[in-house]
Design a protein around this ligand. Structure first.
Ligand code: NAD
Length: 469
């Protein structure tokens, strides 16, 4: 197995760069600057100096964000190619990710906070205005590097804050390119991309000049981020892992939903926070559903993302591949059966055969943990109550879905899911205008839509008597 990029280097010595690997080949795509944590002082200082001018003029800000969206679209092909090379996803998906990055900028360019008057009968004019919180640290993972970065910097910038953005060391190259594309249209130091291995992120979240830390990543790192930000009492928004369940009801029309369900689990090689990660099916429909999913898993075109025939790329990195392998092998050792896949593919790169597991123990790690890869357990249930209890039975609470022909009945079951978003006959469909928030270990704070904008603002109340007192 190739060494994962961020781990490479001479032990004890910090190199000036590190290699970013192509997950489809294991070869280096390019070197990336490995910035030292000490460099953050100057970066955050420059962000503070850029802040007064950036916060002062909402109309200019809005124009700059629209120009930023245009610039991203103009650089779309180059960004998408680089994204596929370092992340692994099919080129069409990278193009869609770039398009969503531009769309996010355009959406937030058109949003402004609403001033509110409080009328509670007292002879005072009390007005709630909104002010930017100050420099924001944005830290993102490797599964959707550009789109998740934009989900953080677009609302933060629209609110009038400068942003320091740190991508994952597995996928920093397209983000660096995005940073230079945006630098051509945004004022200097309003958005700075920093790249490097840990402890760069840890130092950034604990930096005393940072006023809001917005983080997307795993639950354990999220806990470390919250602890780090506590030092300066910076606000934290945490978008963390998920272990979404799809509950199929007994009237589900398998032929109609099988494609949608399959892609809700396997898109981006299963490396989606709100992918379907467990499927619960009435016992009498179980074999039929396993067969429909396994058929698709066996026939989907797996390959390098730059090959136009590819629908499913490699797992992004060696650590993640090892995790996928561990949970799959453990399930198989405990008596599960692979209706499709169940093994690595015998070729260079981090390829894993799309896998559908049946006869899986509910206590198996592939059910209780977040597998974050192309492996899907399908579990039978006897009653809807049992399925809901199992769906809610992990520490996660990001999303969930219910699938059936009777929409009212499906919605009544969806209401019982403990999560931030519940879909019916769908999964992981998001609008830019809706709030996105996990419950339990899946997150703290709210992103998306106007809620995402307010997450980067603080209220400022002006209280004035109606008459001289
Ligand atoms: P990760 O937690 O390992 O890393 C995320 C980011 O944090 C990376 O940039 C990493 O370099 C940085 N980091 C690592 N240690 C840090 C520290 N001590 N302090 C500050 N930053 C640090 O996650 P990952 O493996 O890159 O991504 C996969 C995870 O992200 C999955 O759990 C997935 O569900 C989650 N995710 C959640 C959402 C969501 O919106 N809820 C979206 C996408 C991914």
């Amino acid at each position: 197995m190739p060494t994962s990029a961020p781990g490479r280097g001479v032990p004890g010595r910090r190199a000036a760069t590190f290699a970013v690997l192509d997950p489809a080949t294991g070869e280096a795509v390019d070197e990336c600057p490995d910035q030292r944590p000490e460099e953050l002082d100057a970066v955050v200082d420059r962000a503070h100096r850029a802040w007064p001018a950036w916060r002062a003029d909402p109309a200019a800000r809005s124009g700059a964000l629209r120009a930023a969206a245009d610039a991203v679209e103009a650089a779309g092909d180059t960004l998408a190619q680089l994204l596929t090379r370092e992340q692994g996803k099919p080129l069409a998906e990278s193009c869609a990710e770039v398009a969503r990055t531009a769309a996010r900028l355009r959406y937030f360019a058109g949003l402004a906070p609403r001033t509110r008057r409080i009328d509670d009968g007292r002879p005072v004019d009390s007005e709630v205005r909104w002010r930017p919180v100050g420099p924001v640290a944005a830290i993102v993972p490797w599964n959707f590097p550009l789109q998740l970065a934009a989900a953080k910097f677009a609302p933060a910038l629209a609110a009038g804050n400068p942003v320091v953005l740190k991508p994952s060391p597995f996928t920093p190259l397209a983000t660096r390119l995005l940073g230079s594309v945006l630098a051509a249209v945004l004022p200097e130091d309003v958005l700075t991309v920093v790249t490097g291995r840990e402890p760069l992120g840890a130092r950034l979240v604990a930096h005393p000049g940072i006023r809001h830390v917005t983080f997307t990543g795993s639950v354990p790192t999220g806990r470390a981020v919250a602890a780090g930000a506590a030092a300066s009492l910076a606000r934290v928004t945490l978008e963390l892992g998920g272990n979404d369940a799809a509950v199929l009801l007994d009237d589900v029309e398998v032929d109609r939903i099988a494609d949608r369900l399959f892609w809700a689990a396997f898109r981006n090689c299963g490396q989606v926070c709100m992918a379907v990660k467990r499927v619960y099916v009435p016992a009498r429909r179980h074999a039929e559903v396993v067969e429909a999913l396994a058929e698709r898993a066996k026939s989907v075109a797996v390959g390098p993302g730059l090959d136009p025939r590819t629908r499913l790329g490699p797992v992004n990195n060696a650590d993640q591949l090892a995790r996928v392998l561990r949970v799959t092998e453990q399930a198989l050792a405990d008596g599960a059966r692979a209706a499709a896949g169940g093994h690595r593919l015998d070729r260079p790169g981090h390829f894993f055969a799309p896998t559908v597991l049946t006869d899986v123990s509910p206590d198996s790690a592939v059910v209780t943990e977040e597998q974050f890869g192309p492996v899907l357990p399908v579990l039978p249930y006897r009653s809807v109550d049992e399925a809901v209890e199992a769906a809610n039975g992990t520490g996660f609470g990001l999303g969930g879905s219910v699938w059936g022909a009777d929409l009212d009945r499906a919605e009544a079951v969806a209401e019982r899911l403990e999560c931030g978003t519940a879909w019916i006959n769908h999964h992981a469909e998001l609008s830019l205008a809706q709030p996105f928030a996990g419950v339990k270990d899946s997150g703290v704070g709210v992103a998306g839509g106007p809620w995402g904008l307010y997450g980067n603002l603080r209220p400022f109340v002006v209280h004035r008597p109606r008459e001289e007192v």
